[in-house]
Design a protein around this ligand. Structure first.
Ligand code: ATP
Ligand code: MTE
Length: 195
């Protein structure tokens, strides 16, 4: 077993996209929920780059580009702005800065979320790669963050539907990025056995 001090630290961008939270109408719960979940799930030390911004497509795009190209984040998680209302433009901004689309992340998140809300299909969330960064959109409701990352468990804690984070460490490894290890009680990282 690898011990945490042997693991590399990882830079992760977390972006809360909300008109009202960024204007101070309500307190942002997106960044704390992302930070808490990632700190609970990862054995690696995480260096966070945090951004709280309104639903403005050019600003979302420039924020994502900065986190990828200048900050070199291995992973960027956004929350908010994935629905069908006119100001929800997070997927458009994410696709606009994408080099490659990873459709499985959006598909799996909607599968997971259907176990929690019938309106799961209203989230247009996408997963993409830009350079050496993986960008994943999560829905805006703060409780949706743990739900989509962790998946669905029964009352004994057994996994019923895999959370998307199960695939993130292997994805980042295949992209040539850092080696991530998770706490299995939160989410088990799946890596196909080497031949
Ligand atoms: N950053 C946040 N902090 C706390 N609660 C949030 C946040 N973002 C969203 N929510 C809650 O989840 C609901 C759905 O999120 P959604 O992203 O659709 O927000 P919205 O209705 O477009 O408004 P806004 O962009 O002003 O947050 C919101 O109405 C709000 O109750
Ligand atoms: N896991 C989870 N997914 C969810 C939800 C939720 O509460 N939990 N809300 C849904 C709803 S009601 C909407 S409108 C869409 C888009 O949300 P967003 O605009 O806040 O990103 O996410 C959907 N996905």
């Amino acid at each position: 077993m690898t011990h945490p001090h042997h693991l590399p630290s990882v830079k992760i961008g977390i972006v809360s996209i909300s008109d009202r939270a960024s204007a101070g109408v309500y307190t942002d719960e997106g960044l704390p929920a992302l930070r808490d979940w990632l700190t609970r799930a990862l054995k690696n030390t995480v260096e966070f780059e945090e951004r709280l911004i309104p639903d403005e497509q050019p600003l979302i795009e420039s924020t994502l580009i900065e986190l990828c190209d200048i900050q070199s984040c291995a992973l960027i998680l956004t929350t908010g702005g994935t629905g069908p209302s006119p100001r929800d433009v997070t997927p458009e901004a994410t696709l606009a800065v994408a080099h490659r689309v990873m459709p499985g992340f959006g598909e799996q998140m909607r599968q997971i979320s259907l176990h929690y809300v019938p309106t799961a299909i209203l989230s247009r969330q996408v997963g993409v790669i830009r350079g050496t960064s993986l960008i994943l959109n999560l829905p805006g409701r703060p409780k949706a963050i743990a739900e989509t990352l962790e998946g669905v468990k029964n009352t004994d804690g057994d996994t019923l539907v895999h959370g998307i984070f199960s695939s993130v460490p292997y994805c980042i490894e295949l992209m040539g990025g850092v080696y991530l290890e998770t706490h299995e009680d939160v989410v088990k990282a799946f890596r196909p056995k080497k031949k």
